[in-house]
Unconditional design. Structure first.
Length: 400
Protein backbone atom coordinates (compact mmCIF):
# COMPACT_ATOMS: atom_id res chain seq x y z
CA UNK A 1 0.00 0.00 0.00
CA UNK A 2 1.29 3.40 -0.90
CA UNK A 3 0.34 6.21 1.35
CA UNK A 4 0.88 9.81 0.69
CA UNK A 5 2.34 11.48 3.68
CA UNK A 6 0.72 14.46 4.67
CA UNK A 7 3.13 17.53 4.44
CA UNK A 8 2.54 20.44 6.76
CA UNK A 9 3.41 23.87 5.40
CA UNK A 10 5.30 26.38 7.52
CA UNK A 11 3.31 29.02 9.35
CA UNK A 12 4.32 32.59 9.95
CA UNK A 13 3.12 35.31 12.26
CA UNK A 14 3.71 39.05 12.22
CA UNK A 15 3.08 41.28 15.18
CA UNK A 16 2.57 45.08 14.91
CA UNK A 17 2.86 47.60 17.72
CA UNK A 18 0.93 50.85 18.05
CA UNK A 19 2.50 53.94 16.55
CA UNK A 20 4.64 55.80 19.04
CA UNK A 21 5.50 59.48 19.05
CA UNK A 22 8.27 60.54 21.39
CA UNK A 23 9.92 63.77 22.20
CA UNK A 24 13.62 64.29 21.78
CA UNK A 25 15.83 66.97 23.30
CA UNK A 26 16.04 68.94 20.04
CA UNK A 27 12.36 68.53 19.05
CA UNK A 28 9.89 65.87 17.82
CA UNK A 29 10.84 62.53 16.27
CA UNK A 30 8.86 61.23 13.28
CA UNK A 31 10.37 57.71 13.40
CA UNK A 32 7.67 55.04 13.19
CA UNK A 33 8.23 51.55 14.65
CA UNK A 34 5.91 48.92 13.21
CA UNK A 35 7.55 45.76 14.60
CA UNK A 36 7.43 44.54 18.16
CA UNK A 37 10.55 42.99 19.73
CA UNK A 38 11.42 39.77 17.89
CA UNK A 39 10.34 36.59 19.66
CA UNK A 40 10.94 33.38 17.74
CA UNK A 41 8.41 30.63 18.45
CA UNK A 42 8.79 27.05 17.20
CA UNK A 43 6.09 25.74 14.86
CA UNK A 44 5.99 21.95 15.26
CA UNK A 45 3.93 19.35 13.41
CA UNK A 46 4.33 15.61 13.82
CA UNK A 47 1.90 12.72 13.35
CA UNK A 48 3.04 9.37 14.69
CA UNK A 49 1.91 6.22 12.91
CA UNK A 50 2.03 2.87 14.66
CA UNK A 51 2.54 0.94 11.42
CA UNK A 52 5.15 3.27 9.87
CA UNK A 53 8.84 2.40 9.75
CA UNK A 54 9.80 6.11 9.90
CA UNK A 55 8.30 8.90 12.01
CA UNK A 56 8.48 12.44 10.60
CA UNK A 57 8.39 15.82 12.36
CA UNK A 58 8.35 19.29 10.84
CA UNK A 59 10.07 21.96 12.97
CA UNK A 60 9.86 25.52 11.70
CA UNK A 61 9.89 28.91 13.41
CA UNK A 62 7.98 32.16 13.28
CA UNK A 63 9.80 35.24 12.07
CA UNK A 64 9.53 39.00 12.13
CA UNK A 65 11.27 41.28 9.68
CA UNK A 66 11.21 44.66 8.05
CA UNK A 67 9.53 45.20 4.71
CA UNK A 68 7.18 43.02 2.73
CA UNK A 69 6.55 39.76 4.61
CA UNK A 70 5.44 38.03 1.40
CA UNK A 71 8.95 38.57 0.07
CA UNK A 72 10.35 37.11 3.27
CA UNK A 73 8.07 34.07 2.92
CA UNK A 74 9.70 33.30 -0.42
CA UNK A 75 13.02 32.80 1.41
CA UNK A 76 13.15 29.39 3.06
CA UNK A 77 15.53 30.53 5.82
CA UNK A 78 12.85 32.86 7.17
CA UNK A 79 10.94 29.93 8.64
CA UNK A 80 13.79 27.43 9.04
CA UNK A 81 16.18 27.17 11.94
CA UNK A 82 19.87 27.11 10.92
CA UNK A 83 20.85 23.62 9.83
CA UNK A 84 22.10 21.49 12.72
CA UNK A 85 20.96 23.99 15.38
CA UNK A 86 17.94 22.05 16.70
CA UNK A 87 18.27 19.00 18.95
CA UNK A 88 15.24 16.71 18.97
CA UNK A 89 14.32 13.46 20.73
CA UNK A 90 11.33 11.17 20.96
CA UNK A 91 10.93 9.52 24.37
CA UNK A 92 8.68 6.61 25.22
CA UNK A 93 6.63 7.01 28.40
CA UNK A 94 5.05 4.16 30.34
CA UNK A 95 1.57 5.12 31.61
CA UNK A 96 0.41 4.10 35.05
CA UNK A 97 -2.06 1.28 35.56
CA UNK A 98 -4.75 3.89 36.20
CA UNK A 99 -4.31 5.21 32.66
CA UNK A 100 -2.97 8.62 33.70
CA UNK A 101 -1.82 10.58 30.65
CA UNK A 102 -0.82 13.89 32.18
CA UNK A 103 0.23 15.02 35.60
CA UNK A 104 3.15 13.40 37.40
CA UNK A 105 6.23 12.50 35.40
CA UNK A 106 5.88 9.00 33.97
CA UNK A 107 8.62 6.37 33.80
CA UNK A 108 10.55 6.46 30.53
CA UNK A 109 11.29 3.64 28.13
CA UNK A 110 13.13 3.80 24.84
CA UNK A 111 14.49 6.97 23.30
CA UNK A 112 15.13 8.02 19.70
CA UNK A 113 17.33 10.91 18.60
CA UNK A 114 15.73 12.60 15.59
CA UNK A 115 17.93 13.08 12.55
CA UNK A 116 17.70 16.06 10.22
CA UNK A 117 17.37 15.92 6.44
CA UNK A 118 16.33 18.15 3.55
CA UNK A 119 13.68 17.02 1.07
CA UNK A 120 12.85 18.50 -2.31
CA UNK A 121 9.31 17.23 -2.72
CA UNK A 122 7.28 20.13 -1.40
CA UNK A 123 4.64 21.61 -3.71
CA UNK A 124 5.27 25.38 -3.89
CA UNK A 125 2.39 27.81 -3.47
CA UNK A 126 1.81 31.51 -3.92
CA UNK A 127 3.30 32.41 -0.52
CA UNK A 128 5.97 29.81 0.22
CA UNK A 129 7.49 29.44 -3.23
CA UNK A 130 10.45 27.21 -2.30
CA UNK A 131 10.33 23.44 -2.78
CA UNK A 132 13.09 22.32 -0.42
CA UNK A 133 12.08 21.81 3.20
CA UNK A 134 13.92 20.55 6.25
CA UNK A 135 12.39 17.74 8.30
CA UNK A 136 13.35 15.56 11.26
CA UNK A 137 12.85 11.81 11.41
CA UNK A 138 13.35 8.69 13.51
CA UNK A 139 13.48 5.18 12.08
CA UNK A 140 11.21 2.79 13.96
CA UNK A 141 11.37 -0.29 11.72
CA UNK A 142 13.60 -2.19 14.17
CA UNK A 143 12.03 -0.65 17.27
CA UNK A 144 8.31 -0.50 16.53
CA UNK A 145 6.14 1.85 18.55
CA UNK A 146 3.71 0.28 21.03
CA UNK A 147 0.06 1.26 21.23
CA UNK A 148 -0.13 1.15 25.04
CA UNK A 149 2.69 3.69 25.46
CA UNK A 150 2.82 7.48 25.33
CA UNK A 151 5.37 9.34 23.23
CA UNK A 152 6.96 12.63 24.16
CA UNK A 153 8.72 15.01 21.80
CA UNK A 154 11.57 17.07 23.30
CA UNK A 155 13.25 19.96 21.48
CA UNK A 156 16.23 22.11 22.40
CA UNK A 157 16.30 25.24 20.25
CA UNK A 158 19.29 27.42 19.32
CA UNK A 159 17.98 30.45 21.24
CA UNK A 160 17.94 28.47 24.50
CA UNK A 161 14.21 27.74 24.52
CA UNK A 162 12.89 24.19 24.91
CA UNK A 163 9.67 22.65 23.66
CA UNK A 164 7.85 19.45 24.63
CA UNK A 165 4.63 17.62 23.73
CA UNK A 166 3.14 14.23 24.65
CA UNK A 167 0.57 12.16 22.80
CA UNK A 168 -1.07 8.73 22.72
CA UNK A 169 -1.08 6.29 19.81
CA UNK A 170 -3.93 4.99 17.70
CA UNK A 171 -3.73 1.21 17.42
CA UNK A 172 -4.19 -0.77 14.24
CA UNK A 173 -6.75 -3.19 15.69
CA UNK A 174 -9.88 -1.76 14.07
CA UNK A 175 -11.43 -3.60 11.12
CA UNK A 176 -13.94 -2.96 8.33
CA UNK A 177 -16.86 -5.41 8.27
CA UNK A 178 -18.77 -3.97 5.29
CA UNK A 179 -18.15 -4.00 2.38
CA UNK A 180 -16.92 -7.58 2.81
CA UNK A 181 -13.38 -8.57 1.95
CA UNK A 182 -14.51 -11.38 -0.37
CA UNK A 183 -12.71 -11.18 -3.76
CA UNK A 184 -16.01 -11.98 -5.50
CA UNK A 185 -17.91 -9.05 -4.00
CA UNK A 186 -19.04 -6.32 -6.42
CA UNK A 187 -20.19 -2.85 -5.46
CA UNK A 188 -23.24 -1.92 -7.53
CA UNK A 189 -22.97 1.82 -8.08
CA UNK A 190 -26.06 2.09 -10.30
CA UNK A 191 -28.96 -0.02 -11.58
CA UNK A 192 -30.02 0.90 -15.13
CA UNK A 193 -33.61 0.40 -16.25
CA UNK A 194 -33.42 -1.55 -19.56
CA UNK A 195 -36.48 0.22 -20.96
CA UNK A 196 -36.05 3.85 -19.93
CA UNK A 197 -32.28 3.84 -19.51
CA UNK A 198 -32.70 5.73 -16.25
CA UNK A 199 -30.47 4.82 -13.32
CA UNK A 200 -31.26 4.21 -9.70
CA UNK A 201 -28.59 4.67 -7.05
CA UNK A 202 -28.06 2.75 -3.83
CA UNK A 203 -27.48 3.62 -0.20
CA UNK A 204 -24.64 1.66 1.32
CA UNK A 205 -23.58 1.45 4.95
CA UNK A 206 -19.85 1.46 5.51
CA UNK A 207 -19.39 -0.43 8.79
CA UNK A 208 -16.29 -0.90 10.93
CA UNK A 209 -15.12 -1.43 14.51
CA UNK A 210 -13.18 1.38 16.14
CA UNK A 211 -9.47 1.07 16.84
CA UNK A 212 -8.19 1.56 20.36
CA UNK A 213 -7.51 5.25 21.01
CA UNK A 214 -9.44 6.46 17.95
CA UNK A 215 -11.58 9.56 18.41
CA UNK A 216 -12.26 10.71 14.84
CA UNK A 217 -12.46 9.03 11.43
CA UNK A 218 -12.16 10.85 8.12
CA UNK A 219 -13.77 8.65 5.48
CA UNK A 220 -13.17 8.64 1.74
CA UNK A 221 -13.77 6.58 -1.37
CA UNK A 222 -10.92 6.58 -3.87
CA UNK A 223 -11.70 6.01 -7.55
CA UNK A 224 -8.70 4.66 -9.49
CA UNK A 225 -8.34 4.95 -13.25
CA UNK A 226 -5.73 5.23 -15.99
CA UNK A 227 -5.82 8.37 -18.08
CA UNK A 228 -4.76 8.03 -21.72
CA UNK A 229 -4.09 11.22 -23.66
CA UNK A 230 -4.08 10.91 -27.45
CA UNK A 231 -2.54 13.23 -30.00
CA UNK A 232 -5.84 13.49 -31.88
CA UNK A 233 -9.58 13.01 -31.33
CA UNK A 234 -9.57 9.81 -33.39
CA UNK A 235 -7.40 8.09 -30.72
CA UNK A 236 -4.85 6.89 -33.25
CA UNK A 237 -1.68 7.75 -31.37
CA UNK A 238 -1.02 7.87 -27.61
CA UNK A 239 0.71 10.92 -26.20
CA UNK A 240 0.83 9.81 -22.55
CA UNK A 241 -0.60 7.31 -20.04
CA UNK A 242 -0.92 8.14 -16.33
CA UNK A 243 -2.39 6.25 -13.38
CA UNK A 244 -4.65 8.59 -11.46
CA UNK A 245 -7.05 8.55 -8.54
CA UNK A 246 -9.84 10.81 -7.34
CA UNK A 247 -10.72 11.02 -3.65
CA UNK A 248 -14.37 11.50 -2.73
CA UNK A 249 -15.03 12.59 0.85
CA UNK A 250 -17.59 10.61 2.83
CA UNK A 251 -17.41 12.92 5.85
CA UNK A 252 -16.20 12.46 9.43
CA UNK A 253 -17.28 10.14 12.21
CA UNK A 254 -16.61 10.86 15.90
CA UNK A 255 -16.07 7.92 18.24
CA UNK A 256 -17.93 8.01 21.54
CA UNK A 257 -15.77 5.55 23.46
CA UNK A 258 -11.99 5.59 23.55
CA UNK A 259 -11.88 1.85 24.21
CA UNK A 260 -11.54 -0.55 21.31
CA UNK A 261 -14.54 -2.27 19.75
CA UNK A 262 -17.23 0.39 19.20
CA UNK A 263 -19.29 -0.37 16.07
CA UNK A 264 -19.34 2.55 13.62
CA UNK A 265 -21.59 3.16 10.61
CA UNK A 266 -21.60 5.71 7.82
CA UNK A 267 -24.22 5.73 5.05
CA UNK A 268 -23.34 7.05 1.60
CA UNK A 269 -25.25 7.22 -1.68
CA UNK A 270 -23.52 5.99 -4.84
CA UNK A 271 -24.84 8.91 -6.90
CA UNK A 272 -22.09 11.04 -5.35
CA UNK A 273 -19.48 9.01 -7.23
CA UNK A 274 -20.93 9.99 -10.61
CA UNK A 275 -21.53 13.62 -9.68
CA UNK A 276 -18.00 13.99 -8.29
CA UNK A 277 -16.45 12.51 -11.42
CA UNK A 278 -18.59 14.75 -13.60
CA UNK A 279 -17.69 17.93 -11.72
CA UNK A 280 -13.98 17.33 -11.14
CA UNK A 281 -12.67 15.67 -14.31
CA UNK A 282 -11.88 17.41 -17.57
CA UNK A 283 -14.12 16.82 -20.57
CA UNK A 284 -11.65 16.42 -23.41
CA UNK A 285 -12.24 14.38 -26.60
CA UNK A 286 -8.52 13.46 -26.66
CA UNK A 287 -8.66 11.89 -23.18
CA UNK A 288 -9.82 8.34 -22.53
CA UNK A 289 -10.06 6.81 -19.07
CA UNK A 290 -9.72 3.14 -18.13
CA UNK A 291 -11.88 2.43 -15.06
CA UNK A 292 -9.59 0.42 -12.76
CA UNK A 293 -7.78 -2.84 -13.52
CA UNK A 294 -9.03 -6.23 -14.66
CA UNK A 295 -8.52 -9.24 -12.37
CA UNK A 296 -8.39 -12.39 -14.55
CA UNK A 297 -8.57 -14.72 -11.53
CA UNK A 298 -12.09 -13.55 -10.63
CA UNK A 299 -13.07 -12.02 -13.99
CA UNK A 300 -13.83 -8.73 -12.24
CA UNK A 301 -12.74 -5.14 -12.74
CA UNK A 302 -11.48 -3.37 -9.63
CA UNK A 303 -11.35 0.42 -9.28
CA UNK A 304 -12.52 1.41 -5.80
CA UNK A 305 -10.88 1.83 -2.39
CA UNK A 306 -12.40 2.75 0.96
CA UNK A 307 -9.90 4.56 3.19
CA UNK A 308 -10.44 5.64 6.81
CA UNK A 309 -7.94 8.08 8.30
CA UNK A 310 -7.98 7.58 12.07
CA UNK A 311 -7.15 10.40 14.50
CA UNK A 312 -6.34 10.23 18.21
CA UNK A 313 -7.75 12.74 20.73
CA UNK A 314 -5.07 15.40 20.10
CA UNK A 315 -5.47 15.32 16.33
CA UNK A 316 -9.27 15.23 16.60
CA UNK A 317 -9.27 18.34 18.81
CA UNK A 318 -6.91 20.17 16.48
CA UNK A 319 -9.07 19.35 13.44
CA UNK A 320 -12.24 20.42 15.25
CA UNK A 321 -10.79 23.79 16.26
CA UNK A 322 -9.41 24.49 12.78
CA UNK A 323 -12.32 23.31 10.65
CA UNK A 324 -13.92 25.78 8.25
CA UNK A 325 -16.41 27.96 10.10
CA UNK A 326 -19.82 28.74 8.61
CA UNK A 327 -20.61 31.21 11.38
CA UNK A 328 -20.70 34.94 10.81
CA UNK A 329 -18.15 35.16 13.63
CA UNK A 330 -14.85 34.07 12.11
CA UNK A 331 -12.72 34.48 15.24
CA UNK A 332 -11.73 31.11 16.61
CA UNK A 333 -9.54 29.93 19.49
CA UNK A 334 -6.04 28.67 18.88
CA UNK A 335 -5.15 25.23 20.19
CA UNK A 336 -1.83 23.45 20.45
CA UNK A 337 -0.39 20.73 22.68
CA UNK A 338 3.15 22.09 22.21
CA UNK A 339 4.55 23.50 25.47
CA UNK A 340 7.31 26.09 25.19
CA UNK A 341 9.77 26.86 28.02
CA UNK A 342 11.60 30.17 27.79
CA UNK A 343 15.17 30.77 28.88
CA UNK A 344 13.98 32.18 32.21
CA UNK A 345 12.07 28.95 32.95
CA UNK A 346 8.58 30.34 32.33
CA UNK A 347 6.23 28.27 30.18
CA UNK A 348 3.60 29.09 27.58
CA UNK A 349 1.80 27.45 24.72
CA UNK A 350 3.69 26.83 21.52
CA UNK A 351 2.36 26.49 17.99
CA UNK A 352 1.59 23.25 16.20
CA UNK A 353 0.61 19.68 16.94
CA UNK A 354 2.16 16.43 18.17
CA UNK A 355 -0.41 13.66 17.67
CA UNK A 356 -0.97 10.28 16.04
CA UNK A 357 -2.99 8.78 13.25
CA UNK A 358 -3.58 5.47 11.54
CA UNK A 359 -5.10 4.23 8.31
CA UNK A 360 -7.68 1.51 7.70
CA UNK A 361 -8.80 0.55 4.24
CA UNK A 362 -10.30 -1.87 1.74
CA UNK A 363 -8.48 -1.78 -1.57
CA UNK A 364 -9.30 -3.04 -5.04
CA UNK A 365 -13.08 -3.36 -4.66
CA UNK A 366 -14.81 -4.59 -7.81
CA UNK A 367 -17.78 -2.89 -9.46
CA UNK A 368 -20.78 -4.35 -11.30
CA UNK A 369 -21.38 -4.34 -15.07
CA UNK A 370 -24.25 -1.87 -14.73
CA UNK A 371 -21.89 0.46 -12.84
CA UNK A 372 -19.64 0.84 -15.88
CA UNK A 373 -22.68 0.95 -18.20
CA UNK A 374 -24.04 4.02 -16.44
CA UNK A 375 -20.58 5.59 -16.29
CA UNK A 376 -20.21 5.22 -20.07
CA UNK A 377 -23.79 6.05 -21.10
CA UNK A 378 -25.10 8.31 -18.32
CA UNK A 379 -25.74 11.97 -19.14
CA UNK A 380 -23.39 13.22 -16.43
CA UNK A 381 -20.32 11.14 -17.31
CA UNK A 382 -20.67 10.04 -20.94
CA UNK A 383 -18.34 12.82 -22.11
CA UNK A 384 -15.53 11.64 -19.80
CA UNK A 385 -14.84 8.67 -22.14
CA UNK A 386 -14.56 5.94 -19.52
CA UNK A 387 -14.18 2.31 -20.59
CA UNK A 388 -13.73 -1.07 -18.93
CA UNK A 389 -10.34 -2.79 -18.56
CA UNK A 390 -12.05 -6.16 -19.08
CA UNK A 391 -11.57 -7.96 -22.42
CA UNK A 392 -14.20 -7.40 -25.09
CA UNK A 393 -15.62 -10.88 -24.54
CA UNK A 394 -16.27 -10.07 -20.86
CA UNK A 395 -17.54 -6.48 -21.04
CA UNK A 396 -19.62 -4.66 -23.65
CA UNK A 397 -17.74 -1.48 -22.67
CA UNK A 398 -14.22 -2.79 -23.05
CA UNK A 399 -11.40 -0.42 -23.90
CA UNK A 400 -10.10 -3.00 -26.40
Amino acid sequence: MTMERRETKGMWFVWTAALALGSAVMGCSTEVKLNAPYDSIPVVFGLLELEADTQWVKINRTWLGEGDQFEAAAIADSSLYPEGSVEAWMVELIPSSSGVVTGDELPTGREWALSETTLDNREPDTVFTWTEHRVFFAETSDEALEEDKLYKLELRLPDGKEATATTTLVSGTGSISFPPTSPNYELNLATVNPVTGLAQYSDYILRWTAADGARLYTLAMIVNYREIVYTDESWTSIESETDRSLTISLGNYSVNNVSDGETCNRTFNTESIYTELASRLEYNPRIRRVFGEYDPLTSKSRALDFVLQVANQDLATYMDVNQVSTSIVQDRPTWSNIQLMDVDGSTRSGVGLWASRSVMGLYGIAYSKQSIQHLVEGDLTAGLNFCSPAPSGVSDYSCN
